[in-house]
Design a protein around this ligand. Structure first.
Ligand code: AMP
Length: 284
């Protein structure tokens, strides 16, 4: 079984030993309740760090990225299963701190990445990206990895984190692994476990709508408003779906675009019952 470190000190000691043995260190931050998407991140980290590398997966449900009324309390927690999955995917260490270990007092220092959070998930989840950036910077400071791996499923998150790392000169590379999907196209997510059976049956419609958008783009449509309107109509046809946003934005700045004359991201957030799901495709 992969060892689990519950303290920052134990994690730092394990990483220091690996580093002094000349091993490349890789970090995969997660909130646990791991699935095949997370396993892919660990495998990518293992491949990039090399067979002798040291791959650390963190499992921490970070309270500061959840808003009031969000699912922090009911977010699934499954450490033993996570530990197995991390081991099978090639991790060397699981860092599983308590909230008190990560936030021993009320923190007053935060990382805010402006502008990139103005659209998509930013407005509907105030404070979310600040919480994400702050905890990821803490994890990067604790592990000080040569590289860290994030998933393309959380497209806005990964662009914000890349920008944080670039603007603040945080050492280490940020790598992105592709979205892993169920056979019917639904992006894997720890939150899929919340879906009731009718919601689960409807959920693949989200990716189908994104693929239809990609088709319209491939057929030559370059008007963002028309693409968005057709996407919204497709999403509205999913039984029980409530669309939070369905937007075409510049792939780098995350700002709205009018014409698709440069790479763009099509991102959606859709609620089915009490479960909010996000997904995206890129157009270029
Ligand atoms: P989470 O545990 O949901 O906070 O996600 C931890 C990391 O796993 C993030 O970098 C996510 O983007 C990534 N991730 C989550 N779901 C998937 C997926 N279906 N495919 C690839 N990466 C994912």
């Amino acid at each position: 079984m992969v060892p689990v470190a519950e303290t920052i000190a134990a994690t730092r000691a394990a990483v220091a030993a690996a580093r002094s043995a000349g091993r490349v260190v890789a970090l995969v931050p997660t909130m646990g309740a791991l699935h095949a998407g997370h396993a892919e991140l660990v495998r990518v980290a293992r491949r990039l760090a090399g067979p002798l590398g040291c791959v650390v997966a963190s499992v921490f449900v970070n309270p500061t990225q959840f808003g009031p009324g969000e699912d922090f309390d009911r977010y699934p927690r499954a450490l033993e299963a996570d530990r197995r999955l991390c081991g099978e995917a090639g991790a060397d260490l699981v860092f599983h701190p308590s909230v008190a270990e990560m936030y021993p007092g009320r923190p007053v220092a935060y990382v805010d990445v402006s502008e990139l959070g103005d659209h998509l998930c930013g407005p509907s989840r105030p404070g979310h990206f600040r919480g994400v950036c702050t905890v990821v910077l803490k994890l990067l400071n604790i592990v000080q990895p040569d590289l860290s791996v994030f998933g393309a499923k959380d497209a806005q998150q990964v662009r914000i984190l890349r920008r944080m790392v670039a603007d603040l000169d945080v050492p280490g590379r940020v790598e992105v692994a592709p979205t892993v999907r169920e056979a019917d196209g639904l992006a894997m997510s720890s939150r899929n476990a919340y879906l009731k059976s009718d919601e689960r049956a409807a959920a693949p419609g989200i990716y189908a709508a994104l693929l239809a958008t990609r088709d319209r783009y491939a057929r030559g449509e370059r008007d963002a408003a028309r693409l968005e309107a057709a996407l919204r109509a497709d999403l509205a046809a999913i039984p029980g779906a409530r669309v939070d946003y369905a937007s075409v934005v510049d792939d780098e700045t995350m700002q709205p675009v009018a014409r698709l004359d440069r790479p763009a991201l099509v991102a959606v957030a859709v609620s089915l019952g009490r479960t909010r799901l996000i997904d995206n495709v890129t157009l270029s």
